[in-house]
Ligand binder design. Structure first.
Ligand code: NZQ
Ligand code: ZN
Length: 387
């Protein structure tokens, strides 16, 4: 196993009805910015529970953080934070709201062009940040227990990642009953996003971190088991709670310890959202299978292990098991109602592969993935295969 250091300071408060514990976890006397999205929390009682639990705090609201949060929208909240002297942010929503609040945390005390925090990676150097907590409403991204985020600059159609150890939430309240109001589309997105986060840290090459592999396989098997159940009945608490915890565990830093990781699927897929507005998880379902096909020789041993241990495949040659494992993955995504080709989502794909390739070149992304093979040319070929 490779050497590693690990610190995850986020306190997780998990279970039905736990939103009431907000009052014990927000620092006393804080002026809180309550940040949320397009209003789903007002239709499902989450907003009411939050307001009740925060009645002893001074609250200023900021709503309208959109899916794939826009830098331009977030800058309006940064102004409020500075004008109102906010000292704690409460993110109530899915990955977009939480990621947006990570940007607010970074930008609050930054004196310069705030986009540089993202595009130039300056968020990592920012010493003074605003603390924040979250109430998670959509299991998917793991943002509630990690220190990364993704923000989009609408003006230039750029979707970029940023982060740093300063951006762990102080706490996250994870009440699995909140998923009852999720549209099926978002539940399917959550399952596929969590599944792909696990694969990014598992489908690489053989290594010695046996426990990491077993934890990853446990998450994959749990998602395969409960994915169809949460789609069918999101009020099934057993399924909902296992869904929520699997999504958190898939990207809270545990899986990557001591192992090689890939993440090239995500970096290519973010471009499809930036260019075509396709939901994040769906872009992963478009790219991941073709990236595995293209890098088949590098990933073959782990694909065989994945096929045998996760999908229970046996009896065929290793090559057939590895190929079948990719097909089973595609079938699983499709069974959740997720289309797996770019052309299923847009007719405007003529220039997409070249644009993605050009962006890789501009950003000097010449060798992503666990074997540093994914550069501009391979990214182009993978997108072409995915049309
Ligand atoms: O805006 P509202 O009205 O709240 O509606 C949202 C939004 O329309 C709705 N929703 C959320 N909870 C709901 C609900 N509707 C009904 N009931 C509820 N309980 O769902 C829609 C999508 O929300 P969003 O937050 O955009 O989804 P998700 O959690 O999938 O987040 C996606 C974003 O996270 C980034 C993605 O790139 C994308 O920008 N990611 C963040 C990561 C991280 N920080 O570690 C890792 C991921 O790989 C990902 O890149
Ligand atoms: Zn993701």
């Amino acid at each position: 196993m490779k050497s590693f250091e690990f610190k995850n300071p986020t306190k997780i408060i998990f279970g039905e009805g736990e939103i009431k514990k907000l009052s014990d976890n927000i620092p006393a006397g804080s002026h809180v910015l309550l940040a949320y999205g397009g209003g789903s929390i007002k239709k499902n009682s989450v907003y009411d529970q939050v307001i009740e639990a925060c009645k002893n705090f001074k609250i200023t609201e900021f709503s309208g953080i959109e899916p794939n949060p826009h830098f331009e929208t977030l800058m309006k909240a940064v102004e409020i934070i500075r004008d109102e002297k906010i000292d704690f942010i409460l993110a109530v929503g899915g990955g977009s709201v939480i990621d947006g609040c990570k940007f607010l945390s970074a930008a609050a005390f930054y004196d310069g062009d705030e986009w540089d925090l993202v595009a130039k990676g300056l968020s990592r150097k920012q010493e003074r940040v605003l603390p924040f907590g979250t109430v998670l409403t959509l299991p998917a991204t793991g943002s509630e227990m990690n220190s990364g985020a993704v923000v989009t600059k609408a003006a230039t159609q750029e979707k970029r990642t940023f982060g740093g150890p300063q951006y762990f939430p102080v706490f996250s309240i994870c009440d699995p009953t909140v998923i009852k109001s999720l549209p099926k589309r978002q539940i399917a997105n959550g399952v596929v996003d969590a599944f792909t986060h696990t694969l990014e840290q598992y489908l690489t090459y053989k290594h010695d971190a046996l426990l990491q592999d077993r934890i990853a396989e446990g998450i994959l098997q749990t998602l395969i088991e409960i994915g169809p159940k949460v789609m069918e009945d999101p009020s099934d608490y057993k399924a909902a709670s296992n869904f929520m915890w699997s999504a958190t565990m898939a990207l809270n830093g545990i899986l990557r310890l001591g192992v090689p990781t890939d993440w090239a699927t995500h970096m290519i897929a973010h471009e499809l959202t930036a260019l075509h507005g396709i939901d994040h998880a769906r872009t992963l379902a478009i790219i991941a299978p073709n990236l595995y096909r293209k890098l088949f020789d590098n990933k073959k041993e782990k694909l065989v292990q994945y096929g045998k241990r996760v999908w229970g495949l046996s009896g065929e040659s290793d090559i057939e098991i590895a190929e079948k494992a990719i097909e089973m993955t595609v079938t699983f995504f499709q069974s959740l109602g997720i289309d797996t080709k770019l052309s299923d989502y847009t007719d405007d794909y003529k220039d997409t592969a070249q644009t993605v390739s050009d962006r890789f070149t501009e950003r000097k992304w010449l060798g992503l993935g666990e074997t540093q093979k994914v550069g501009p040319d391979l990214a182009k070929e993978i997108v072409e295969m995915s049309i």
